[in-house]
Design a protein around this ligand. Structure first.
Ligand code: ADP
Ligand code: MG
Length: 591
């Protein structure tokens, strides 16, 4: 028998390791920026082309590498950060595995230029698929620049597996936000193609949050600072009125490292108990400082999980920190006291004022008059009955049950529509049905480019965070097809002067919600832009449960729903109606 086991060549071992460490361009950004931070840089530039598929370049002013270290840095398990197993339990650096550069160099074309300040000349090193192509002296500034070109150039399957540019860019921005949030004293810049997405000056954490997420955050942040035993929690939570409808701006860091934890997320949310409308999520950026011995970050190569030795204490401290920040402790000294007591008083002044600032006046003009409804359903064929004979049904005094043509239909409890059909009673969920109707309409409008624009009485400007702004600008053509009229109106501001009639004076709320939902859909579903927009807008603009409808509205909704090719489900797959069959009713009585 022949022996058949061999050691893998380094280049293959590195490629395999790269599968863990380098999932997408964003992972490269994370690893390289962490290296810059570990090198003591206080100025870091991230330059991206083609969402990182073509180029990712990180330039720092850190301590640089000697020519020999530059060569060593791309070897696997080569690190300057730990030297013994003990060091693993007292980590002070972001990196420690010595895998990142080796993995990246295995799956891309990498150029490292670096100089230490004691040396007059730096070095430039070219590596391609783990092979050093050249190294020579070069005059370059102190610090390090790493350029990563054509990621996965030698693994077509992985390259093809990358998502579209908006998704990959979103992941990069997320990593950039985590890193720059946790290092506010460092200047950060993010450039994508010709566009400067962020240019962040060194600052305190509060200013960094505003620079990242926009001016509206200025007055909305409540600062936290709480210490107990070996744990300190600091940072900011957003006031409840800043809460979004999606969970995207929630950040936890431990010893300046971003991590995720459902358990500790719950701790934050429990601090907000009683303050948030259902289904909304507060902003938070909370920093835990714990003795490195108390945690293990070694759980996963992508390192977004952290194990705490005493998680329950951390939970309690977070909860207390949040409640104190929201002003609850001044009135309720006991931890488990109900959150609702005197809350109005507590939050009054600030809340009223900032709420108006945050939502704008439009929020208060949500109405459901027939005129609005006409707009909502404009363009849908009206009910077939030319002259409905209205006739009240006995036993249903409050409902406007009528017989039009030959079918009974009425709204029930302001949320369902009941309609007689040949084999029973159809129960329609008004909200789901309206989503379907609007989705079909928006999608066909975008396909034909025939938006139904309605001039707004007062053109409206909206400020966005830099990242959201670039996303919005990219979608302007699609917005216009839907019937919006949008212009760029400043560095991170858009001017809206017309909107589709369906948004019925809720433009601001709808556009903001639209952006939030859009981002979630992009990440989770990778939908094409048009379908994503149509879905999102339909969801936002649809009538909600609890809204009273007039008879024409009921009729328009029914006929709209059944002129759809897919009346049974909302665009995201929820049922819109069911039929309660008359033979089932009969069975009930005959048993
Ligand atoms: P790790 O960060 O886990 O040590 P890496 O593969 O990311 O592993 O980096 C290997 C080594 O290369 C680091 O330990 C460090 O000494 C050096 N290095 C990498 N990037 C830089 C940089 N930007 N500036 C200075 N040294 C760097
Ligand atoms: Mg590293």
């Amino acid at each position: 028998m022949q022996d058949i086991i061999r050691l893998l060549p380094d280049s293959i071992a590195n490629q395999i390791a790269a599968g863990e460490v380098v999932q997408r361009p964003a992972s490269v950004v994370k690893e390289l920026v962490e290296n810059s931070l570990d090198a003591g840089a206080d100025d870091i530039k991230v330059i991206i082309r083609d969402a990182g598929k073509q180029l990712i370049q990180i330039i720092d002013n850190g301590k640089g590498m000697s020519p020999t270290d530059a060569r060593m840095s791309i070897e696997r398990h080569a690190t300057s950060k730990i030297s013994s197993a003990d060091d693993l339990f007292a980590l002070k650096t972001m990196g420690f595995r010595g895998e990142a550069l080796a993995s990246i160099a295995a799956v891309a074309q990498v150029e490292i230029k670096t100089r230490q300040k004691e040396l007059e000349l730096g070095t430039t090193l070219l590596v391609e698929g783990s092979t050093i192509k050249k190294q020579e002296p070069e005059s370059c500034p102190v610090g390090t620049s790493v350029s990563v070109r054509n990621l996965f150039f030698n693994i077509p399957a992985r390259r093809n597996f990358l998502k579209g540019n908006p998704v990959e860019l979103r992941h990069i921005i997320d990593e950039f936000i985590h890193l720059s949030l946790s290092h506010p004293a460092v200047a950060f810049m993010l450039v994508h193609g010709d566009e400067v997405i962020y240019d962040l000056q060194p600052s305190k954490i509060g200013q960094r949050i505003v620079a990242l997420f926009g001016k509206t955050y200025q007055q909305q942040l409540a600062s936290c600072d709480e210490e107990a035993g070996a744990v300190r929690v600091s940072g900011f939570v957003g006031r409840p009125e800043l809460a979004r409808r999606t969970r995207s701006e929630q950040f936890l860091f431990v010893n300046n490292r971003y991590f995720r934890s459902n358990y500790l997320h719950h701790a934050v949310m429990s601090g907000f108990e009683g303050l948030l409308p259902d289904g909304s999520f507060p902003f938070y950026a909370l920093f835990l400082d714990v003795d490195p011995k108390q945690i293990d970050v070694n759980v996963h190569p992508a390192k977004t999980e952290v194990k705490f030795i005493d998680e329950r204490t951390v939970y309690t401290v977070i909860r207390v920190a949040v409640r104190r920040a929201l002003g609850l402790h001044q009135i309720t000294p006991a931890l488990d006291f109900s959150a609702n007591i005197n809350l109005d008083q507590q939050l009054s002044g600030g809340q009223v004022q900032s709420k108006a600032a945050f939502f704008g006046e439009h929020q208060f003009r949500v109405q459901k008059s027939n005129a609005d409804w006409e707009k909502l359903f404009g363009g849908i064929p009206q009910h077939t009955a030319a002259q409905p004979t209205q006739q009240e049904l006995p036993g249903l005094p409050e409902q406007q049950a009528v017989r039009a043509s030959d079918r009974i239909r009425f709204q029930f409890q302001d949320q369902f529509i009941i309609r007689e059909v040949s084999n029973g009673l159809m129960v329609i969920d008004q909200q789901a049905a309206h989503e379907r109707v609007l989705f079909d309409r928006f999608l066909s409008r975008m396909k034909s480019g025939s938006g139904n624009a309605q001039q707004m009485l007062f053109p409206m400007t909206l400020d966005f965070s830099p990242a959201d702004f670039s996303l919005m600008v990219g979608m302007i053509p699609e917005f216009e097809k839907l019937g919006f009229k949008v212009e760029v109106f400043g560095k991170a501001t858009l001017l809206f002067s017309a909107a589709p009639a369906e948004t019925a004076s809720r433009e601001k709320e709808i556009i903001e919600g639209l952006l939030e939902q859009f981002k979630v859909n992009v990440e989770v579903l990778d939908l094409p832009v048009q379908e994503n927009l149509a879905r999102t807008l339909a969801k936002r603009a649809a009538v909600k449960r609890g809204q009273r409808l007039g008879m024409e509205e009921v009729d328009a909704l029914i006929s709209g729903l059944f002129s759809s090719n897919n009346p049974g489900f909302t665009p995201d797959g929820r049922p819109t109606f069911f039929i309660f069959e008359s033979n089932r009713m009969a069975e009930f009585f005959n048993q």
